[in-house]
Design a protein around this ligand. Sequence first.
Ligand code: MG
Length: 260
Amino acid sequence: MIEILNPTLLARAKASGALVADILHTLKGRTTVGTNLLDIDRWAEKMIAEAGAQSCYVDYAPSFGRGPFGHYICTAVNDAVLHGLPHDYALADGDLLTLDLAVSKGGVAADAAISFVVGDTRPAESIALIETTERALAAGIAAAGPGARIGDLSHAIGAVLREAGYPINTEFGGHGIGSTMHQDPHVPNTGRPGRGYKLRPGLLLALEPWVMADTSQLVTDADGWTLRSATGCRTAHSEHTIAITDDGAEILTLPTRTQP
Ligand code: MG
């Protein structure tokens, strides 16, 4: 099902989006060398509860995962890229961390992800991966607007990833979002322009380019959730929730404030 939101629901989507972004960037600000992934999960749980919002993850139990996720945020480190299950691990200098968060407030969900390097070292490969997914996300958003087709967004995202030399995996990509976290239409991270669903004002999309440095193959961790690169290479992931407007697209998951 594809949902088109009315102005009341769009206003709620904006609030949910700002909340997701503010939590993510607050967590990024608190994360240092030695921070445990389980601390990040507890901080996320507390901030979601204090905002009167609901986690989209804690009870999430899709066919590809092992039972309910049971945590409030995805934490993916280095070769882990998607669905990273928080576990007892203290972050080290130079670790590449991806935080992916979806919450629902007022009945509308928003979803975003950021990747960053922990500590003071700036590993060139990690920075290149992160910047490439950010540029691919920006290209996908620039291609979005009323009348554009899903294939236009997919093509724009894929062109940036391909030009940077990274293989593209199409098993997981962006998606519609609204009353639930994952909805139609699917937004693959590569595609052909002019193909697919035609975008309309009021549609919410989560665009999420992600890459692995030297492979398109994923392996599932022993935890039953975390997806890693098959070669152990580094990975990155950037995601925004956007709303299609009358004349373009609005990013809903930009931070408005962060907490200490
Ligand atoms: Mg998503």
